[in-house]
Write a protein that binds this ligand. Structure first.
Ligand code: G
Ligand code: G
Ligand code: NA
Ligand code: MN
Length: 253
């Protein structure tokens, strides 16, 4: 309850901040995109993890307001980098189920694109399999977003259900291999086989494939051998503030 009151105030009091984690092309080392990850700077508790407050935001409905703030802030940041002369990179934004299910979701995104003047081809929405559980609702919404020129990514791939039918019927651009498979890719033959299979499948389906949670050079090497397109993880960089992204963009374009 106290966390909920705090979260309501967090939005008004500017306590929310976006960090960004680079997504790197395996073969070139270039930064292709960044994933926006929200942080809450609580005045007393310090940084509160989204793993803690996003579920609360979902329960209370505050996620609508917070989610809109995230999209707006991320798009404004992307435009700012463009104005500063950085070569454009994709801006990937996590969308929660409740946000996606709002009938006004598409209009909200469209309005933010118009206001911030971000080029929609550099905007990517990260959806989890639970979000798209209801294909009758999800497919027309996803198609509308695609018509606007936005990219769509399936997050945490491999952890949900009936993933393969999603790949067939959803207009996706990117698959993100869940980090639970990557963390043991060099220890478990089964995880290695799963990762390799997901990459092959993504390549055959012409989907961009990103490995999450890459922490070691050994993991990166096996991803390279398997033909993975991009990776993100602590090996290259943890999620960092916008100013730190700029330094990385200067080094890795
Ligand atoms: O950044 P971190 O590993 O602490 O994120 C923890 C969880 O919170 C992840 O599942 C991530 O997807 C989620 N998350 C982070 N930022 C956002 C956001 O802006 N919106 C939503 N819906 N989830 C987010
Ligand atoms: O659910 P989602 O895939 O959006 O979660 C992203 C989360 O993963 C963020 O909280 C981010 O901080 C975390 N993360 C990013 N890179 C790594 C990594 O290399 N190792 C671990 N353990 N977590 C990571
Ligand atoms: Na994500
Ligand atoms: Mn993920």
């Amino acid at each position: 309850m106290r966390l909920e009151i705090g979260l309501r105030k967090a939005v008004i009091n500017n306590e929310l901040e976006l960090y960004y984690q680079p997504q790197i092309q395996v073969n070139t080392g270039h930064i292709m995109g960044v994933e926006a990850l929200i942080r809450w700077n609580h005045p007393k508790m310090g940084i509160v993890s989204p793993a803690e407050f996003i579920p609360l935001a979902e329960e209370t409905g505050l996620i609508i307001q917070i989610g809109t703030w995230v999209i707006e802030t991320a798009c404004r940041q992307a435009k700012e980098w463009e104005i500063q002369g950085y070569a454009p990179v994709r801006m990937s934004i996590n969308i929660s189920a409740r946000q996606f299910q709002q009938t006004s979701f598409v209009d909200t995104v469209m309005e933010i694109i118009e206001n911030t003047k971000i080029d929609p081809q550099y905007l990517e929405l990260e959806l989890t399999e639970t979000i798209v559980q209801d294909p009758v609702y999800a497919i027309p919404v996803l198609n509308q977003l695609k018509e606007m020129g936005i990219k769509l990514s399936l997050d945490d791939f491999g952890t949900g259900y009936s993933s393969l039918s999603y790949l067939k019927s959803f207009p996706l651009d990117t698959l993100k291999i869940d980090r639970s498979f990557i963390s043991t890719v060099n220890e478990s033959g089964k995880d290695a086989a799963i990762v390799k299979t997901i990459i092959n499948m993504a390549n055959s389906l012409d989907l961009n494939v990103i490995a999450e949670g890459v922490e070691t050079n050994e993991q990166l090497l096996s991803l390279k051998q398997d033909g993975c397109d991009e990776y993100q993880g602590y090996l290259f960089s943890k999620p960092v503030k916008a100013i730190a992204v700029q330094e990385l963009l200067q080094k890795c374009m």
